[in-house]
Design a protein around this ligand. Structure first.
Ligand SMILES: Cc1cc2nc3c(=O)[nH]c(=O)nc-3n(C[C@H](O)[C@H](O)[C@H](O)COP(=O)(O)OP(=O)(O)OC[C@H]3O[C@@H](n4cnc5c(N)ncnc54)[C@H](O)[C@@H]3O)c2cc1C
Length: 459
């Protein structure tokens, strides 16, 4: 069915969602039953028809925030069936040792799923929802938030479609965001100096219950288990600058040499590594931050359109799902779109900035194995504090993945814990790490005031 002016005139309350990625599909499913007809406009062909661009085999992790949304939509069981539980991350260090860090202290797993597969399931579920229609091959060129209206191009040509609301779920290069920028919003869109190349790896050489990574400081290789028993590998390396970077390894031979030097174990385990490195494109990572996400009662941005982030904490999509739920929650509590959009923007921007920042930091933690002595001691001290005060100190990864605590609150707590650890090390030196439980209790009580910790919970 075609989108028509009639069905989406301002008078009939039609909502246009731009983008049928995971966030657009979820937004349509939440909104249509509550607020009337939703049309999703997607520039690509339908990925389920086989006619679309072959999606890359990115594996994404679902955390508590994502599962809450899927549960509310009645999709938890169906999605669980295509997921794999992953219990931790295993670092393969340059000295040949390996070290597993569980994702949570009570051994809860996070769940990995191929993004394309999840997206196809969400599209099926969205189309099965009353009031949702998805138009593929429908590219939005421009958004007029004052109309509101969108300028659409599809098989029938270009035309303007009037509607009641526009939700921009159109990813990092959002045209909906461009409309806000044209009206004074400030957006920071950055291409990270980090490229990633996907490598398919066979199974049988790694434990499939954890993800694996090989940190070298200069480059990182990660491998995620797949339900098929194989692994989805990702090579992360700088675009520019001194070796190793893509700029210095033009042509497959040099890249193969660098890969073998940095990652001998994966190089030996993937039989066609030379061919994959030579033929697969390196993708860029774009990040987005934006100081306005809404316009009046007519336009809101959700997902990567307003907060594309580095992928290392595994939260871009989870955070986008949480955007949708927050928007609907604000609509239900305020009863009017203008107030709900203001409340939505207010509650999400700080959290999105925080998880984006945590994701940058997490890359550096994962990519750089060697720590100086003080950093190593601080890590051990943190571990003792997590064990001794399990409710008061929660590792930040655990807070992000297994709770729905606001990301900004997680970041603040983490900084307070940094202060406490610094205060303890300054006052007692490295011996504090091996203090008795009673001694550490007393030291924490004494240092809490100095570190401005109070009684608040830390992550
Ligand atoms: C390597 C990697 C690993 C990741 N791992 C994780 C993870 O473990 N966990 C996690 O939560 N997230 C992860 N992410 C992030 C996650 O993939 C994104 O956050 C998520 O896909 C964002 O969904 P979205 O719907 O907002 O945007 P997108 O997925 O980008 O979808 C946007 C859609 O809009 C369409 N579109 C764009 N412009 C237009 C237009 N003008 N007109 C019509 N349609 C348009 C696009 O075709 C696309 O279908 C990872 C990302 C990468 C790159």
């Amino acid at each position: 069915m075609r989108v028509s002016e009639n069905e989406h005139g301002r008078g009939d309350g039609g909502i246009v969602v731009i983008g049928a990625g995971p966030v657009g599909a979820v937004a349509a499913m939440y909104l249509a039953p509550r607020y009337g007809p939703v049309t999703v406009l997607e520039r690509r062909a339908d990925p389920r028809s086989g006619g679309g661009r072959r999606g890359r085999s990115i594996t994404v992790m679902l955390s508590a925030r994502g599962w809450r949304v899927l549960r509310e939509l009645g999709l938890e069981e169906a999605v669980r069936a295509i997921c794999l539980p992953i219990h931790g991350r295993c670092a393969h260090l340059p000295d040949g040792s390996s070290h597993v860090t569980p994702y949570s202290r009570d051994r809860q797993p996070i769940w990995s799923v191929e993004r394309d597969r999840l997206n196809r399931l969400l599209l099926d579920a969205a189309e099965a929802t009353d009031g949702v229609r998805i138009d593929f091959g429908a590219r939005v060129h421009e958004v007029d938030p004052d109309g509101p209206a969108v300028l659409l191009e599809d098989g029938a040509g270009r035309r303007r479609i009037a509607c009641r609301r526009v939700l921009g779920c159109d990813g990092a290069h959002s045209v909906a965001r461009a409309a806000l920028v044209a009206r004074g919003a400030r957006a920071n869109v950055r291409r990270l100096d980090l490229a990633h190349q996907e490598i398919c790896a066979p199974g049988g050489w790694l434990d499939p219950s954890t993800m694996h990574y090989w940190p070298t400081g200069d480059a990182l290789f990660a491998a995620f288990p797949l339900p098929s028993g194989e692994f989805a590998g990702s090579l992360f390396m700088r675009h520019d600058g001194p070796a190793p970077s893509y700029a210095t390894v033009e042509g497959g031979r040099d890249l193969l040499r660098v890969f073998r030097a940095h990652f001998p174990e994966p190089a030996a385990a993937v039989p066609d590594i030379a061919e994959q490195l030579a033929t697969k494109d390196a993708a860029t990572i774009t990040t987005v931050s934006c100081d306005r996400w809404i316009h009046g009662d007519a336009l809101a941005l959700l997902g990567d359109a307003c907060h594309a982030m580095p992928p290392f904490m595994g939260h871009g999509m989870n955070c986008g799902f949480e955007d949708v739920r927050t928007l609907v929650d604000r609509l239900e509590s305020t009863g009017d779109w203008a107030s709900a959009l203001v409340a939505y923007e207010k509650s999400r921007i700080e959290d999105a900035e925080a998880i984006s920042y945590l994701s940058f930091e997490h890359y550096h933690t994962m990519a750089n194995p060697p720590q100086d002595e003080r950093a190593h001691t601080a890590t051990r001290l943190r571990g003792r504090l997590y064990d001794l005060f399990p409710d008061r100190f929660v590792p930040r990864y655990e807070s992000c993945a297994f709770t729905e605590e606001g990301y900004a609150s997680v970041l603040r707590d983490d900084r307070r814990l940094d202060d406490l650890v610094d205060a303890l090390l300054s006052r007692y030196g490295a011996e504090i790490v091996s203090a008795s439980d009673t001694g550490l209790h007393a030291a924490v009580s004494g240092a809490a005031g100095t570190a401005n910790l109070g009684e608040s919970r830390c992550s």
